[in-house]
Design a protein around this ligand. Structure first.
Ligand code: SF4
Ligand code: SF4
Length: 299
């Protein structure tokens, strides 16, 4: 990764990510770190007082763990460092409300800013510097060699907090049949610092979303889902009969995964690769057309 990264950092969540970047050999890419006190008030009257001086030139800003109005220093730091790209991961639903995101965006001129929620949903977005970072860090991607056991597992892209490398190490020699569920348990041992509070936009917690992502990486490699929601076509009515409420409530659909697909016959099918078997759609479908099944093959 040949980019210069400047980090605005606050709290434990950020420290863990910086440590992991260093452990993965990217310390030299970090041209500076500006620490922000994690006990600042949520609402700040005069942001000018908090803008750091004497900043180095950088390509990419990572702004991690800042809570509330202090995030308004981001456009100023980007301007002063001449950075072209900014990643502002969200680990807590209340951390940067949509209104504040829009305000930050309105002050970013010719730069790209994204707000992955949580950080381990980051994928390439077509921006040179963000994509260089996302080659190594972001939504987990694995390469697995297996027979009945997981024999070898390589992390192609890992959650910035380091959890993917931790899980991958623990999965070696695990039976393939139980590997997906094991990955979810191992991930919870790490433990993830994403919030357990419900995110109203997504309808689930960010910690659960992170858990779905590591399991998705395992499923993709093994070719089957240990569990998935499955639609009974005979019961599914689709269209105006239910207004596709299953899609409206599906957390993985809301974060941009194509988990619930409307077919030509207006009924739906569920993609087991991205289904986190949260069962929300099972409870909401007015025609009881969805149930959770075991060992579902990926298409
Ligand atoms: S599964 Fe249920 S909620 Fe979803 S489209 Fe079919 S009938 Fe509607
Ligand atoms: S169980 Fe239903 S709502 Fe939950 S992720 Fe799967 S398809 Fe979406």
């Amino acid at each position: 990764m040949d980019i210069r990264i400047f980090i605005i950092s606050s709290g434990n969540y950020s420290s863990r990510i910086i440590n992991n970047m260093a452990q993965m050999g990217f310390a030299e890419n970090i041209v500076g770190i500006h620490e922000v006190d994690e006990n600042l008030p949520e609402f700040i009257d005069n942001i000018e007082e908090y803008i750091p001086e004497n900043l180095p030139e950088a390509d990419l800003i990572l702004s991690i763990g800042l809570y509330g109005d202090i995030n308004m220093i981001i456009p100023h730091v980007a301007e002063k460092t001449n950075a072209k790209s900014i990643i502002t991961p969200i680990y807590d639903p209340k951390q940067i409300p949509l209104g504040l995101q829009k305000e930050i965006e309105s002050e970013i001129n010719d730069k790209t800013i994204i707000f992955p929620k949580p950080f381990c949903t980051l994928k390439p977005v077509g921006d040179k510097y963000i994509d260089a970072f996302a080659e190594v860090f972001g939504e987990p991607e694995l390469e697995i060699e297996s027979d009945k056991l997981i024999r070898k597992i390589k992390v192609k892209r890992g959650a910035p907090c380091g959890s993917t490398w931790f899980v991958a190490e623990k999965l070696e020699n695990t039976p393939v049949d139980g590997a997906e569920l094991e990955s979810g348990m191992r991930y919870h041992n790490y433990p993830c610092l994403a919030s357990m509070g419900n995110d109203n936009q997504i309808g689930d917690t960010l910690m659960h979303i992170a858990g779905y992502k590591i399991k998705e990486a395992v499923k993709k490699e093994l070719g089957f889902a240990a569990k998935s929601a499955v639609v009974n076509e005979k019961r599914c009515e689709g269209g105006d009969n239910c207004n596709y409420i299953c899609r409206d409530v599906c957390p993985t659909f809301k974060i941009g995964d194509n988990t619930i697909i409307i077919k030509e016959n207006h009924k739906v099918k569920i993609n087991p690769k991205t289904c986190g078997y949260c069962e929300i759609c099972v409870q909401k479908c007015p025609f009881e057309a969805i149930k959770i099944e075991d060992n579902v093959k990926l298409e």
